[in-house]
Write a protein that binds this ligand. Structure first.
Ligand SMILES: Nc1ncnc2c1ncn2[C@@H]1O[C@H](COP(=O)(O)OP(=O)(O)OP(=O)(O)O)[C@@H](O)[C@H]1O
Length: 384
């Protein structure tokens, strides 16, 4: 406790304390690199926690414990030798706290506590590093835990677990103002063990951000897969699906962000699908859906005055409807009707009420969202 009324704060700055403000004591000396576990801090309040994290971060130490919780400060650059098989082996079998704080220590602790069920909860704000941390925990498990079955089965399981991430990211991640690879869905990843060995995994994904399929804020993009598809198709394939360059699509160019293919090339993505057992005909179906979503986005409408002062619409671009119908293998009249009128069914008849231009645009977007989210939900719940 210091009785002084003058407190030295930083360098040569001083300030005078007012009456009743003298109950101050010096900050705990955390040394150059802070403490590895926040529970060692004498003062447990926001300022001291942040100060400790800063000291460590400034020294290239991005991980800190708070008891059995690991706090990671995103370095936004690869920290040399921080991960990899050697590091995974170093942490394998060591109890939490035996070595400096690390994500691999969390993986090791969870693995050591088997066979009772374990859960690693990774949370944080957008761009804080959840996706990367999830992949690192999986990399750790794939590196140090044997797969079940024969050597070939083990290799297949490990490869499938690691290939699932880029595939899910292609369909569920997008560039946002905060993160170039932001996950726009929640995921729950389960890894199954038997006798200490990995025998399978399951990813459940939920709450995909559907609005992004049809609209993007300035500087943001649609899901990576669209740009990867258009960047990777050959000329012949483009012709087959009636596709143009990415910047020609309303669903891709609204954010006025660049339309380059970005993260993963289409060939690698197809390779990942193959590894995960997506057949060639299913892959063909996936491209059909993606291409039809793009075609739907380029459909536009003209206002039409109907009898009795009623407003209706007519399609401005038959070609896009025909492409979507062809790719989805449904009659184009059906799409046309559903985008221009509301259908009400009674016992004896069907009533068609014309849509206004805003309603028609909503109907178009709703169809595109239903197609894409249907694809995301049913094709990408891999279970091994
Ligand atoms: N451990 C790390 N080492 C180096 N870079 C990292 C690490 N973790 C994250 N990053 C960098 O930060 C970026 C954002 O991280 P990440 O996508 O994991 O965030 P997130 O929390 O999953 O975000 P969102 O909620 O938007 O999906 C990554 O693309 C990567 O460049």
């Amino acid at each position: 406790m210091l009785p002084a009324t003058q407190w030295r704060v930083a360098r040569n700055q001083t300030f005078t304390l007012g009456p009743g403000e003298g109950n101050l004591r010096s900050r705990q000396d955390l040394g150059k690199t802070g403490v590895e576990d926040m529970t060692q801090l004498e003062d447990l309040h926001e300022a001291s926690l942040l100060w400790n994290l800063k000291l460590r971060y400034d020294n290239g130490l991005i991980y800190t414990y708070a008891g059995s919780i690991l706090i990671a400060v995103n370095p936004y650059k690869m920290v040399a030798d921080a991960y990899g098989i050697e590091m995974a082996k170093t942490y394998s079998g060591k109890p939490l706290g035996a070595l400096p704080p690390h994500l691999f220590a969390i993986g090791s602790a969870a693995h050591a506590a088997l066979p009772s069920s374990q859960v690693v909860v990774i949370s944080g704000e957008s761009g804080s590093g959840k996706t990367e941390s999830t992949k690192l925990v999986m990399q750790y498990l794939a590196a140090v835990v044997p797969g079940g079955g024969s050597a070939v089965q083990q290799a297949v399981i490990t490869e499938q677990i690691l290939e699932a991430a880029p595939l899910l990211e292609a369909f569920g991640n997008a560039r946002t103002s905060r993160n170039d690879n932001s996950s726009r869905f929640g995921k729950y990843l389960e890894v199954f063990f038997k006798s200490g060995a990995i025998i399978g995994a399951k990813i459940t994904q939920y709450l995909l951000e559907k609005s992004r399929i049809v609209t993007q804020a300035p500087g943001e993009r649609n899901y990576h897969v669209f740009y990867e598809l258009l960047g990777g198709l050959s000329e012949a394939e483009r012709t087959k699906y009636g596709l143009l360059e990415a910047d020609k699509y309303f669903y891709l160019n609204q954010g006025a962000s660049d339309c380059s293919p970005g993260r993963v090339d289409w060939i690698s993505l197809q390779g990942a699908m193959q590894v995960l057992g997506v057949s060639e005909s299913e892959r063909e179906g996936i491209v059909n859906v993606l291409a039809s979503v793009l075609h739907l986005g380029n459909i536009y409408f003209h206002r039409r005055q109907l009898r009795h002062g009623q407003e209706g619409v007519e399609i401005g671009s038959e070609a896009e409807i025909k492409w979507a119908a062809h790719l989805l293998q449904i009659p184009s009249e059906g799409i046309l009707r559903s985008l221009t009128s509301r259908i009400t069914e009674t016992r004896s008849e069907r009533l068609y009420t014309p849509l206004s231009i805003d309603q028609a645009l909503d109907a178009r977007d709703a169809l595109a969202k239903a197609l894409y989210s249907g694809l995301f939900n049913c094709r990408f719940s891999p279970t091994w």
